[in-house]
Ligand binder design. Structure first.
Ligand SMILES: NC(=O)c1ccc[n+]([C@@H]2O[C@H](COP(=O)([O-])OP(=O)(O)OC[C@H]3O[C@@H](n4cnc5c(N)ncnc54)[C@H](OP(=O)(O)O)[C@@H]3O)[C@@H](O)[C@H]2O)c1
Length: 415
């Protein structure tokens, strides 16, 4: 009977991009108090991700902002979460996603700070890939007029991480040299732009050869990630580099430390190399652990080297340092207004295309950030792939439990 009522309510409810979705054969009906969201049903491969149109719409609590989401950022970390390749993984099913942009729809009780209708972007501790998100005030920021929703969804994680590593940990200054891996990725492009804001900073980047033509002007020297980049850098800068930003914890850690000049800083901020396929590989995990340089503090002392680690999400969500991040966002927004930085958006995807979007990162195809555009309709070819209508068996059942608790577009590279 309850099911019948819900069905009747849904039939009578027009759904804004609904007609187009129905034309494409995608289920999008939802009852009052329900919304569309990407759901990770269990850790694993792409098959564990789908769209549910029946997630409960969250209600803002005191101190929270309710956001009608327009765009969500897809980070490499989201692939690692999907695989369960992270420390202390949360329970599934869950809605993934750590950043989004949208419009303020409501404020929690006794909460002020944003106007209804204001354009905002936010860090979210899981749950960003949904039509509606509630985030604490400390994690929400106004979006400048000139910034589009996709750009805003591409801004926070990559630029704050890049800024804090370059300027708050490594203290990058005029004339320094920086090595960054995956230079074409979202963080890599943020690093390149931020380094350009300081005079005479040399950036050595590594990337897959397919990206070289598109990104060659964003860094000073670009190397194929498969070549012996250490030798190449030493030919250009025999004394090494001042800063190594390493997101490939393993073999590259030793190479990075060896490349550091005296008083240079090595920062580990990721372990992308542990992702070797669609699902988690214990072999690659063990290999990375084995290859990683075991650091001897005595050696650091003798060689005058600094070694650091950085995790933005831990800083925000586990270590309570949103205040520190706020001051960084203010500086970044100034740089944006001065036109010194601008987020690079690789492509826009409908929520229903989330698997294809993730596959693009697995395939090392992206330049900048992939964005899930909440209002975009899936392309006909992809329409049936990640929707709840195409999922059978266990995932459908999980969807029931959830109730209670247009063509691909490339945005040109921006200098
Ligand atoms: N610690 C932090 O606070 C923080 C914050 C944000 C991101 N991160 C880390 O920074 C790195 C970049 O993140 P992002 O979100 O900007 O992603 P991204 O660089 O846009 O990610 C995609 C790129 O990573 C490279 N890559 C390296 N290993 C890969 C693998 N095993 N499989 C597929 N691609 C691989 C590929 O570029 P090439 O083939 O050209 O190398 C690929 O195009 C990730 O390790 C991420 O976890 C850390």
């Amino acid at each position: 009977m309850a099911e019948e009522t819900r069905e009747t309510e849904r039939m009578g409810e027009p759904d804004e991009p609904g007609e187009e979705r129905q034309r494409l054969g995608v289920s999008c009906t939802r009852g009052p108090g329900e919304m569309r969201a990407v759901v990770l049903s269990a850790f694993g491969g792409l098959g564990k991700v789908r769209v549910s149109s029946r997630r409960a719409v969250p209600v803002p609590r005191q101190g929270e902002v309710k956001i009608r989401v327009k765009a969500c950022g897809l980070n490499f970390l989201d692939l690692m979460v999907r695989q369960g390749n992270i420390d202390n993984p949360p329970k599934t099913p869950l809605v993934p996603g750590f950043e989004c942009s949208g419009i303020v729809e409501a404020m929690g009780p006794d909460t002020t700070g944003f106007e209804i209708g204001e354009r905002v972007m936010a860090f979210v501790n899981y749950g960003a890939w949904a039509e509606v998100v509630c985030a604490p005030l400390d994690f929400v920021y106004p979006v400048p007029d000139a910034m589009t929703f996709p750009e805003a969804a591409a801004f926070l994680v990559s630029f704050v991480a890049a800024y804090m590593m370059l300027f708050e940990i490594a203290n990058v200054q005029e004339g320094m040299t920086v090595l960054v891996h995956s230079a074409g990725g979202a963080v890599g492009q943020a690093v390149a732009q931020l380094c350009s804001s300081v005079p005479r900073v040399t950036v050595f980047g590594t990337a897959s050869p397919s990206k070289h033509e598109a990104i060659k002007d964003s860094v000073t020297f670009l190397f194929d990630r498969n070549t012996d980049y250490v030798q190449e850098i030493k030919k250009i800068s025999p004394e090494g580099v001042d800063v190594v930003l390493d997101c490939l914890c393993g073999e590259d850690t030793g190479k990075g430390l060896a490349l550091l000049k005296p008083l240079g800083t090595y920062i580990l901020y990721g372990s992308a190399n542990m992702v070797t396929g669609e699902t988690r590989s214990f072999f690659s995990l063990a290999k990375s652990w084995w290859q990683v340089e075991k650091v001897n503090p005595m050696k650091l002392y003798e060689e005058n080297k600094i070694i650091a680690g950085f995790s933005l999400l831990n800083l925000l969500f586990r270590q309570g340092r949103a205040d520190r991040v706020q001051s960084v966002v203010r500086k970044l927004l100034s740089l944006y207004r001065e036109k010194k930085i601008r987020p690079v958006v690789d492509s826009l995807w409908a929520l229903e295309e989330v698997k294809e979007a993730m596959q693009r990162i697995h395939d090392r195809g992206n330049i900048g950030k992939l964005i899930l555009d909440v209002e975009k309709s899936p392309t006909p070819l992809m329409a049936n792939d990640s929707t709840e209508t195409s999922e059978a068996g266990e995932d459908e059942d999980e969807d029931e439990q959830d109730i209670d608790s247009d063509s691909k577009e490339r945005v040109p590279f921006i200098q």
